[in-house]
Design a protein around this ligand. Sequence first.
Ligand SMILES: [Fe+2]
Length: 196
Amino acid sequence: MNEGAVHSTRWGISREQALRLMEEFLESESMRKHSLASEAIMQALAGRLGADSEMWGLVGLLHDLDYNETKDKMDQHAVLTEQILIERGVDREIANAIKYHNAENLGLVRQAPIHFGLTAAETITGMITATALVYPDKKVCSVVPKSVKKRMKQKEFARSVNRDHIMLCEQIGMSLDDFIATSLEAMCGISDRLGL
Ligand SMILES: [Fe+2]
């Protein structure tokens, strides 16, 4: 993340405000870590694609804001987030992009790179975390890409992680190998915060 992005409010919210907002809504440490990991991967993807890394980062950081309220009503997931973000004056493009990680339940069809990127990024956080936890040192920075790929092929491993969603990386022109390596590097970069 560059320094300018920290204080920028180009999107109606600074990164610091977004972090506080996320923590206000998500008390669970695991959801906070998931949000931060999603942010880090989204920034890395934006860097690779020449997209707006501030915007992509905010979308990753805020994508599960309403999780506590909607975990049992998935047809509301990300819709409630949109309302919250509009109330807080956040650019509508942020909330709009966020809705697409729940496209299946909302009757939406992913089209833009950020729709595919967010869905793949927020999903691979689970696969990487689960893979790190079976490493002897449980450190994300120790994980090699081929371990993640191997675990993805094992249906019973982290079975709730949607493999099809991870494969959406191909829709933004990245091979699975490249996407895994990029995501690992991004999560390793914030390993202290992730406690991994
Ligand atoms: Fe998520």
